[in-house]
Design a protein around this ligand. Structure first.
Ligand SMILES: [Zn+2]
Length: 307
């Protein structure tokens, strides 16, 4: 089954933040998804991932949910105006209050409903994401400032403890310069944010410090540095396996390798894409569609390699 891959743009008070639509989301009605603003499906029903970890899909990035002893931790809050919908889904599995929000990165389809939740909710992000969020128009509004981080970290942080422990890791630039890998330790589940959104070319947001040169290396560090995880909640697609996450790092390293060789051989990004051969295990990946046109991420990599 071949589906196209589209790029949606969220306009936030004049600032453009690109967001990734998944293959599933690209199956939206014809004519949507390009130039007409974000076209995400509605918030879906909460899904049990394993144990006390759940996932709420739709309206932007997947929201990870940990039902901890004293409250609920959310990972990412979708586009704006979805706070109540997230809460409604959580309420179907627990009456406990939301106590923490972790944002995997700055984009408005992952941080958009932070301000719906009361100021008492502790918001945790990587320090570069904190800096990026502070530049977002939505958080210039005094009424929304409680949606900014209360707690930041640089390389590693554990939120809560014991069976509820959540390990946050930062390994360098990829999708942005502040991508957190969020591990529900006891459940052996990771939320990767958009560092691994889906099985397709990732959006490399260079305006938010993302890097195609660093991308595969960062994912490789994550694959080596994070232990004991079996299940993955990707940024914008269905729950999958740790091996898929490991392979996605290789996918991005192969892109970089081929970009370097193709540039040296004097090929255009379009030519690089045309003769890019991937191992059999990547056959389910999408290389076509809206990600940078026919040259795809080779455009981004060339620009970065020329600097
Ligand atoms: Zn993103």
């Amino acid at each position: 089954m071949k589906r196209t891959f589209v790029l949606g743009f969220i306009v936030l008070g004049g600032a453009m933040t690109a967001a990734v639509l998944t293959a599933q989301q690209a199956a939206a009605p014809a004519g949507q998804g390009r130039g007409g603003g974000p076209q995400f499906p509605p918030v879906g029903a909460i899904e049990k991932v394993t144990g006390n970890v759940y996932m709420v899909p739709g309206q932007g990035g997947n929201t990870g949910v940990l039902v901890a002893a004293n409250g609920v931790v959310l990972v990412d809050t979708k586009l704006a105006n979805n706070g109540q919908a997230i809460l409604d889904q959580v309420k179907t599995v627990t009456d406990k209050p939301i106590t923490h929000i972790i944002n995997t990165h700055t984009h408005g389809d992952h941080t958009g409903s932070n301000q719906y939740f009361p100021a008492t909710v502790e918001i945790v992000v990587q320090e570069n994401t904190d800096a990026n969020m502070k530049k977002m128009p939505v958080f210039q509004e005094p009424a929304n400032k409680h949606g900014l981080a209360d707690r930041i970290y640089k390389d590693k942080l554990t939120v809560l403890s014991g069976a509820d422990a959540i390990d946050l890791y930062y390994f360098g630039a990829a999708h942005t310069n502040g991508d957190s890998f969020v591990v529900f330790r006891n459940a052996r589940v990771i939320h990767t944010g958009d560092a691994f959104a889906n099985k397709a070319q990732p959006f490399i947001d260079r305006d938010s410090g993302g890097s195609g040169i660093a991308y595969g290396e960062t994912l490789g560090k994550a694959a080596k540095g994070i232990r004991n995880v079996t299940t993955v909640i990707p940024g914008h697609s269905a729950v999958t396996t740790w091996q898929d996450f490991v392979d996605f790092g290789e996918f991005n390293r192969l892109f970089l390798e081929h970009a370097r060789a193709s540039m040296k051989a004097g090929k255009t990004p379009e030519q690089a894409m045309m003769d890019f051969k991937l191992p059999e295990k990547f056959k389910g990946y999408s290389l076509t569609g809206g990600r940078g046109g026919p040259g795809g991420n080779f455009n981004v990599l060339y620009a970065e390699l020329k600097q």
